[in-house]
Design a protein around this ligand. Structure first.
Ligand SMILES: *[C@@H]1O[C@H](CO)[C@@H](O)[C@H](O)[C@H]1NC(C)=O
Ligand SMILES: *[C@@H]1O[C@H](CO)[C@@H](O)[C@H](O)[C@H]1NC(C)=O
Ligand SMILES: *[C@@H]1O[C@H](CO)[C@@H](O)[C@H](O)[C@H]1NC(C)=O
Ligand SMILES: *[C@@H]1O[C@H](CO)[C@@H](O)[C@H](O)[C@H]1NC(C)=O
Length: 967
């Protein structure tokens, strides 16, 4: 059975035996013709013999005449070709789940496992639920059950499976009522081909020797030793589609792997082949990409295309034409062979390795995944599917699909492609400029399939489930959000009978979580792949007993745009988490009212008289469930206010690699990013000029209000120069005069020492105002903080030495802070002793670069993360943004610190990570007296997935933004 379903790995597979009847028939009917041909051959041979000295008997022995057809073709090869015809016409089916005795990946000797007392998410509604009800989420629920795993399969999912009823050697795992789901599936990963930390020598994502490389295969570059494969698994991801990159239009073949590698993970061998999720290879997979990448990354004017989307479509169509021609010729050959007998054919089966895989796509044997962001890209590609008659399983990076469901529904084959998207990562290039965090919900409303993916290492796939959680936050129903990383990708990959559900017959890829999987900070307690436990010494976070999320249908009532009002009243505030306890808090039933007047908080508490006045004046009153009043958030270290589209230089302030400048001089306000920041409660930002990408900064930082339209608005800028920034990440090697780390640190020391000497003598020659020395003097006399972008623990060590050397000269303390800090935890004690604060950016580093390679990825793989180690040592920590799109997520990142902090942080202390602590670290907390009018009102907790912004006071224009359908 399984042998028949196997697809050709290479076009020239092993030859079949020629059946005896066929051999006989050929001998009888063709003996005479053979004789004639033999004579001809002899004449030809005699001619040729004159030119060579080959020994005749030996030649005949080597190629017996009976092995050749009348056309002189190899009979063996012709029959091989005929066998290939069978494979060419094969129509793959999704491999079966139920009915297997063993998982084909099962390794003999592995013992069964019984997971007791789990709260199980089956992945489908209860029997009898109508499709309409199921779509709405009815019939889905968490059930209490035991799960029995045997032979790499889920064998039983029942309540109270008796230990006496399972095999004697069964391992028992007590889930203690915790949530259990199927392993998470990431349908867009480059794990293994883009190994972390990134090294040129290990980078095999994209074969860029040509724009059209359907023949390239990601499996040929998968490094089983990529540590990130383990990190990803520690986030409950058991299966990934490893795609080639999107630098060229046709990237090549992709492979579905499971994240169990080598003997340590219970496998027989360390190989990419051993990681294949379907050893029988029923389906093949391919990656293509349209839009910006191919023309920017690959095309070269005057050398080769494409250099425009027009050229890209031509490249696609031309390639499909070649493959279609090959398919046609092969089909003709196979039809002739069948009709006339293969031995009568005058040529072999046409084959061309270059077009083999693309031909297989046209034959319906390949699941195609195409990277396309924009409407023209989607439309052109759908046009290709209809011109060449092939199906597409999913558009990836499908930022604009939610705008054009009808284009998707036009795709060839009557099965509209799914949209594989990020929850809220956007703005990084022009084609990512249009996008919506509500896209998942809007697609779902159009009966289209939403799938969340990581594009690892673009996002850390360890946290791809967090994308689904945010999808839920942004209005996708709870069951559909979970489906978006389980059943939906399983179905699209052709694994619908095997992966994504907890049902008998499915592969035993199972995760037990420490909290509801869609809650903030959800972390696996244990992971099984094909029934084998993956973390022998799992670190388990101490958390209270998990409570399942009750799906909140209100989240689907999206109010995209706020209204601005001066005066409004909120009722139902259950928590006030402000820096200073507001006076006059008179709790009534433990809920408060908040009265806002002219954009400022006028009263918090009972507010009797204000309410009476308001009632008469007809002031709007908004009632909240579990309202929270908090300080607004501050974005630190981003390019907000200096950039609109990351990769578009005309929208960007530009690099400051070789110059020191002031951010306040370049403030560019009223951008989409800033409007979003404000809507999500980030009303303040501290931004410095970029040095050379990422969190690298150079110059002075400006503190400004994200809600301002121009820098001249009242209260637009609250600090012209709030911080002084330098960079000592490996990017520093981009600067003209510092090609090495040693030269960079040396040059920085020279700067500081020179400034220290001139400061000591400065009474007679003060530095020129606004010059670099002027700001360095302020750093040295302690009136401005020095913020260094740095990740490596080694560089931080050098920096701490440099700090004390300089302080010896001036006898004054430098207020040093670190931005980045992936490895800062290694020097937590020293940083605490030197009173150096750390702004973590990213908050959860995943060692993308060498300088971050010792980053801690957290439970169940590591004991703690950077923040827990820093907090334990007494370091002041804040959370920064290494990319601007994260601005929506600041509250949730604080939520992760809270949920996974094992009691280290109160709710207020967690919120301080994205507000007050920034000012504490900069040493400006006292100077910046609380700015009136900066606050946020949430429905639900800002630290939890279901919390959403209801009102934002941004301190400008005397208004608040209110998100209420009828406000
Ligand atoms: C794994 O190795 C064992 C022993 O070498 C062998 O019996 C078994 O067939 C192998 N299993 C797989 C799935 O390769
Ligand atoms: C299941 O786990 C919960 C939570 O630990 C516990 O209260 C309950 O008693 C357990 N049930 C069984 C049958 O062990
Ligand atoms: C989605 O499907 C449902 C039921 O099949 C149908 O009633 C509804 O009109 C569809 N919605 C759209 C936008 O196509
Ligand atoms: C994990 O680290 C903490 C300190 O943060 C320590 O107290 C604990 O013993 C460690 N746990 C293990 C299992 O190593």
């Amino acid at each position: 059975m399984e042998g028949e379903k196997r697809l050709p790995v290479a076009p020239f597979a092993a030859a079949p035996e020629i059946p005896a009847w066929r051999r006989r028939k050929i001998r009888r009917s063709k003996a005479l013709r053979w004789l004639g041909l033999g004579c001809l051959a002899f004449i030809a041979y005699a001619q040729w013999r004159q030119l060579t000295t080959v020994d005749l008997p030996k030649l005949l022995q080597a190629t017996p005449r009976t092995h050749l057809t009348p056309y002189g073709l190899s009979r063996k090869r012709l029959f091989d070709d005929l066998e290939t015809c069978k494979r060419l016409s094969h129509k793959p089916q999704d491999p079966i789940g139920e009915g297997r005795e063993k998982n084909a990946r099962y390794i003999d000797g592995h013992v069964p496992t019984l997971i007791k007392n789990a709260s199980v998410w089956v992945g489908e509604p209860v029997k009898g639920t109508s499709p309409e009800d199921a779509r709405k989420g009815k019939g889905y629920e968490w059930i209490t059950a035991d799960v029995y795993l045997e032979y790499g399969l889920i064998k039983r999912v029942e309540s109270a499976i008796a230990i006496s009823a399972v095999a004697k050697d069964t391992v028992i795992f007590e889930a203690k009522g915790r949530p259990l789901t199927a392993g998470i599936i990431d349908m867009h990963s480059h794990a293994g081909v883009d190994s972390l930390p990134e090294l040129w020598g290990n980078e095999d994502t994209n074969e860029m020797s040509s724009d059209i490389t359907p023949y390239a295969r990601s499996i040929d570059g998968i490094q089983p030793g990529d540590h990130q494969i383990q990190v990803i698994k520690s986030g409950g991801v058991t299966t990934s589609l490893v795609l080639p990159g999107s630098g060229n239009n046709m990237g090549g073949e992709a492979y579905v792997i499971k994240h169990a590698v080598g003997r340590e993970d219970g496998r027989n061998e360390t190989s990419a082949e051993d990681m294949l999720a379907d050893p029988d290879r029923n389906w093949r997979f391919m990656k293509m990409a349209c839009g910006e990448n191919a023309k920017r990354v690959y095309g070269k004017v005057g050398e080769h295309g494409p250099v425009s989307r027009l050229g890209e479509s031509w490249e696609f169509r031309h390639a499909f034409e070649q493959a279609a021609k090959l398919v046609r010729e092969q089909d003709d050959w196979c039809a002739k062979a069948k009709h006339h007998g293969v031995a009568k054919l005058s040529e072999y089966l046409p084959q061309e390795l270059r077009w083999e895989s693309l031909g297989a796509l046209l034959r319906g044997q390949v699941h195609l995944n195409t990277h396309c962001y924009t409407i023209p890209d989607l439309e052109a590609f759908v046009d290709h599917t209809n011109e060449f008659k092939f199906k597409i399983r999913a558009f990836h990076h499908a930022h604009q699909t939610f705008l054009v469901p009808e284009i998707l529904k036009r795709a060839y084959g009557g099965d509209p492609p799914a949209s594989a998207i990020f929850a809220d990562n956007m703005w990084y290039k022009a084609e990512a400029y249009i996008g919506s965090e509500f896209a998942g919900k809007y697609l779902y409303d159009n009966n289209l399939t939403t799938i969340y993916v990581s594009d690892n290492p673009v996002l850390n796939a360890q946290h791809v489930l967090f994308e689904a959680a945010k999808g839920y936050k942004y209005g996708l129903p709870y069951h559909a959000a979970l489906a978006a990383v389980t059943t939906a990708p399983a179905e699209r990959l052709g694994f619908g009978n095997r992966l994504g559900k907890i049902k008998p017959g499915f592969d035993a890829d199972v995760v037990v979580w420490d909290s509801d999987p869609l809650s903030v900070g959800a972390t696996p307690v244990q992971v099984w792949i094909d029934g084998t436990m993956q973390f022998e010494d799992a670190f388990v976070l101490e958390k209270p007993l998990p409570k399942p999320i009750v799906p909140d249908e209100d989240l689907a009532n999206i109010v995209e745009e706020p209204v601005e009002v001066g005066t409004v009243i909120f009722k139902g505030i259950t928590k006030v988490l402000l820096d200073e306890d507001p006076r006059g808090l008179a709790a009534r039933d433990n809920t408060y009212n908040v009265v806002i007047s002219k954009g400022k908080i006028a009263c918090v508490g009972a507010c009797h008289s204000e309410l009476q006045v308001a009632a008469k004046a007809g002031i709007p009153i908004i009632s909240l469930k579990n309202g929270h009043l908090t300080e607004s958030f501050t974005a630190f270290g981003s390019q907000l206010g200096l950039n609109a589209i990351d990769a578009e230089s005309s929208t960007d302030n530009g690099d400051n690699t070789n110059v020191f400048s002031r951010a306040v001089d370049g403030l560019a306000l009223d951008t989409k990013k800033l409007r979003v920041a404000h809507k999500y409660g980030v009303t303040k930002a501290i931004t410095a000029p970029m040095f050379h990408g990422g969190i690298t900064l150079h110059g002075t930082g400006v503190g400004f209000a994200t809600g301002a339209d121009t820098a001249l608005d009242q209260d637009a800028v609250f600090a012209d120069d709030i911080s002084v920034h330098y960079t000592l990440t490996s990017s520093v090697k981009h600067a003209k005069d510092t090609p090495s780390m040693t030269s960079a640190i040396g040059a920085f020391r020279q700067k500081l020492v020179k400034a220290a000497v001139s400061l000591n003598a400065s009474s007679d020659a003060p530095a020129v105002r606004y010059s670099e020395t002027y700001y360095l003097h302020k750093v040295l006399n302690g009136s401005l903080p020095l913020v260094i972008s740095v990740h490596s623990a080694d560089t931080i060590a050098s920096l701490l030495k440099l700090k004390s050397e300089t302080e010896l000269i001036t006898s004054q303390r430098i207020n040093l802070a670190i931005l980045g800090g992936a490895e800062s935890y290694m020097l937590a004690k020293e940083l605490a002793a030197a009173k150096v604060g750390v702004v973590l950016a990213p908050f959860q580093s995943y060692a993308t670069e060498w300088q971050e390679r010792r980053a801690l990825s957290g439970a169940p793989l590591t004991n703690g993360t950077a923040i827990t180690r820093l907090l334990d040592a007494g370091v002041t920590v804040a959370i920064g943004l290494e990319e601007d799109w994260l601005v929506r997520d600041l509250g949730l990142l604080a939520g992760i610190a809270y949920a996974n902090g094992e009691g280290r942080l109160s709710e207020k202390a967690a919120l301080d990570l994205v507000g007050r602590n920034v000012y504490k670290i900069l040493g400006t907390e006292k100077k910046e007296k609380r700015q009136d009018g900066h606050f946020v009102i949430f429905e639900g907790s800002p630290l939890e997935i279901g919390g959403r912004v209801k009102a934002v006071g941004g301190g400008v224009k005397g208004v608040v933004q209110v998100f209420e359908a009828d406000a």
